[in-house]
Design a protein around this ligand. Structure first.
Ligand SMILES: Cc1cc2nc3c(=O)[nH]c(=O)nc-3n(C[C@H](O)[C@H](O)[C@H](O)COP(=O)(O)OP(=O)(O)OC[C@H]3O[C@@H](n4cnc5c(N)ncnc54)[C@H](O)[C@@H]3O)c2cc1C
Length: 446
């Protein structure tokens, strides 16, 4: 369904990643000029840590850049993909990725963004493309469709100069950077910093005809959808037995007439506190040792209930509910990182509190891919903003320490420093003595 939605939004047909060319071309058309500025070949520095193979790749990177500047195709006999360089490469296409892109583009960092194509089962735009109306994203007094909000994010990124490729990153080399190497089937990008914002997808229980009722009663986010009129004062069910399931059930109990927690086992896997809280709630009832078999609907197409089986005796019965919420976990899109960044037991990228820094200096993570707790569009956007600033600080520190960067100067910091210097000089020239004119220039990004 997500695929169908995506196709509808893009108006193109894809059967495999090679066919993304259509989409890529569309991106190029939208952008007008998507190729980042050409980098002088001489600015490519080979890191002494690089292996011989990598060094030879650097040669081809170098050649590639030259050809790029000349407007010709790369001549690497082993690799016919396009090669290019970037100061920042953002991987992901949801609110975290686009917020980072908007900030970085405004700071004249010319970010390159890979929004993926059905990566982790999600269309470009991310999880919001799988839902209908969003009512809790600030700035939209009226509900806005998830897909429309994503289109707005994307357009804003483009307006400020982000280069977007509708390609999925299949491979990444973080061991030899910076520059870090990011690869898709069509392209290779060497970037000084990387922001991973690949999100997470809610795990769906593979029961019959589930797709038919997705957004028509079946959801994976109580906070997002729980207050919908579809569920208010009606019975709903939650599938799961961990802390998230308890939280979802307690949240839903504010609106629903009754909340069933359908659980496969005879004990809950949540913390004792959460289990007690849920089980003590007058509206919540645990349906022990049952599993869902299929969903069935009403004439208007919305969910009418689920068929469940008692695992103790095989007895099948129907549970009439207007809503079914999966709380069986999320799958963060981190497999492509191939163990190069520290992950927690659930596959989420580990970052320190209040920061988006990962275990690899220069690589940052934002949004649901590093947030196993809050997972909201606005928290993801906030993390994207932090990542953009941390990436800029990283580049600035590198530049100040004299480390090699692919791009000759960090435009933001150079412009800011020049403005401060000019303002100070002007104040001195005017003989303002101790009362130096305040340096009103600030980072472009803030
Ligand atoms: C049904 C539903 C309803 C929701 N409703 C709300 C709501 O009302 N309000 C709210 O605040 N939040 C809501 N959320 C949660 C919100 O959608 C997420 O918290 C938010 O989208 C996370 O943003 P993100 O940028 O971190 O990642 P995502 O939105 O998950 O986006 C990640 C993107 O990265 C792409 N990607 C993955 N791997 C790769 C790769 N290798 N290469 C390139 N791209 C890749 C994915 O395809 C995806 O497009 C809802 C979620 C769901 C599932």
């Amino acid at each position: 369904m997500a695929c169908a939605l995506a196709l509808a939004r893009f108006g193109v047909a894809h059967t495999n990643q090679r066919q993304q060319q259509h989409c890529k071309l569309r991106s190029i058309a939208v952008l007008g000029a998507v190729l980042p500025r050409a980098h002088p070949c001489g600015s490519v520095l080979v890191d002494p840590k690089q292996s011989a193979r990598h060094a030879s790749r650097s040669f081809w990177r170098c050649r590639s850049a030259q050809h790029h500047a000349e407007g010709t195709a790369a001549q690497d006999p082993e690799d016919t993909r396009e090669h290019q360089k970037a100061t920042v490469c953002i991987i992901g296409g949801g609110p975290a990725a686009h917020t980072a892109a908007i900030y970085l583009a405004r700071a004249e960092m010319q970010p390159v963004l890979f929004e993926g194509w059905m990566a982790n089962g999600l269309a470009p735009g991310g999880q919001l493309t799988t839902t209908t109306y969003i009512e809790n994203f600030p700035g939209f007094p009226q509900p806005i469709l998830g897909g429309d909000l994503c289109d707005n994010f994307r357009q804003q990124s483009i307006n400020y100069g982000t280069t977007i490729y509708t390609e999925t990153v299949s491979k990444i080399d973080l061991r030899h950077g910076p520059p870090f190497r990011i690869e898709t089937e069509e392209r290779v990008v060497d970037a000084d910093t990387v922001i991973v914002a690949t999100g997470a997808a809610a795990k769906k229980l593979r029961i019959g005809n589930i797709d038919q009722f997705w957004n028509m009663g079946i959801s994976a986010c109580a906070v997002c959808d729980g207050s919908s009129p579809l569920f208010r004062n009606h019975p709903v069910a939650v599938i799961g037995g961990g802390d998230v399931a308890m939280e979802e059930a307690l949240f839903l109990a504010r609106y629903a007439s009754k909340v069933y927690i359908v659980h496969r086992f005879d004990h809950l896997e949540s913390s004792v506190v959460m289990a007690r809280r849920a089980m003590a709630h007058p509206k919540i009832e645990v349906v022990w040792q049952h599993e869902a078999l299929e969903a069935f609907g009403k004439e208007d197409g919305t969910l009418a209930g689920i068929r469940i089986r008692d695992r103790r005796n095989g007895e099948v019965s129907d549970l009439a509910v207007n809503g079914l919420f999966f709380a069986i976990g999320h799958a963060p899109a981190t497999a492509f990182l191939d163990g190069q960044v520290e992950l927690d037991s659930g596959g989420y990228i580990v970052t320190p509190p209040g920061s988006t820094a990962t275990s690899v200096p220069g690589v940052f993570a934002a949004g649901d891919v590093m947030d196993r707790k809050w997972r909201q569009a606005i928290t993801s956007a906030g993390a994207g903003c932090i990542a953009s600033m941390e990436a800029q600080h990283f580049l600035q520190a590198r530049q100040e320490s004299g480390a090699a960067t692919l791009v000759p100067a960090v435009a933001l910091d150079a412009a800011w420093a020049a403005q401060v210097k000019a303002a100070t000089a002007a104040a001195e020239q005017q003989g303002s003595g101790d009362e130096a004119a305040p340096a009103t220039a600030g980072p472009v990004s803030s």
